[in-house]
Design a protein around this ligand. Structure first.
Ligand SMILES: [Zn+2]
Length: 72
């Protein structure tokens, strides 16, 4: 059967990484734990507007936060 619309394969909704949050993510928090990752390595957490600061702070106080980028 032919669907009139087919979502692009990468159109999957990105959801905030905060525990129990189901909001769409607006931000990517890129972090690195120097004890287990090489310096170039980046892990990504996704955050909605409400959780961006809390998640960033969690990473920042541990010295893991590298970049915070808006998701387009
Ligand atoms: Zn959230």
């Amino acid at each position: 059967m032919n669907a009139p619309f087919s979502p692009a394969p990468d159109a999957e909704l990105l959801i905030c990484s905060a525990k129990a949050c189901r909001e769409p993510a607006r931000w990517a928090l890129r972090w690195n734990n120097p004890r287990i990752h090489t310096e170039e390595r980046r892990k990504n957490w996704l955050a909605c507007d409400d959780h961006k600061e809390g998640l960033a702070e969690f990473l920042r106080i541990r010295g893991f936060l590298r970049e915070v980028e808006p998701l387009s």
